[in-house]
Design a protein around this ligand. Sequence first.
Ligand code: SAM
Length: 237
Amino acid sequence: MTTLYIVATPIGNLEDVSLRVLRILKEVDMIVCEDTRVTKKLLERYDIKTPTLSYFQHSGAAKTEQIIELLESGKNLAYVSDAGTPGISDPGGKLVEAVVERFGNEVKIVSVPGPCALIAALSISGFPADEFLFLGFPPHKKGRQTFFRNLAEEAKKRIVVFYESPHRILKAFEEVKNFAPDANLVVCRELTKKFETTYRGNPEKVIESLKTDKILGEFVIVVKGFVQKSKPQAQDF
Ligand code: SAM
């Protein structure tokens, strides 16, 4: 059966790639990428010569049709986004939706899991992540205040995670401070990369630390707005 593999790729460190990812990227007929220049770095590193085709957020219907035709002609494809797990705040979801709509179960869609920035951040947060809410990117303008008001409410009940670009990161912390001044934040910058940094504290403390550093790179923000109940102590018998 023709297969579309949805393949997770590193979020920075090119060593964070599985043997299965490398094999599938070598075996498929074509790799569909969010940005061919970004994916090229990974392919060159592992000497993968498979042809590539770009498919990004604003690719129109003609591009989707081109991919559909490739699948129709029996080509096996892999889709990779610029970093991490496709479909998590990137165009991967749009492609899967179009393929499911056109082919139903006639094309097999296979997940090849791997890195994901929000999961990496949660795993080092030290917060209980049995239950969490991921909100993606805040809106730039309209709806931004509502986003942070809602975030503060949600964070009283469960861990909340969101992404923000470096241009708006300080503004985001001011907004968190406004609606949830006592929240505990874990801010992960440049996960798996050379300048990986984790900031921990309330919004005010995080703002102070960030201002003294250069605000560059990529960020995941984890918010805990409730007081953690301590686990009952084991009884000594
Ligand atoms: N699909 C990706 C994933 O699995 O995490 C996310 C894609 S989204 C377009 C890009 C955002 O993810 C960045 O703006 C940043 O918020 C977050 N991100 C990606 N790589 C990161 C890294 N190495 N360190 C921190 N945040 C990262």
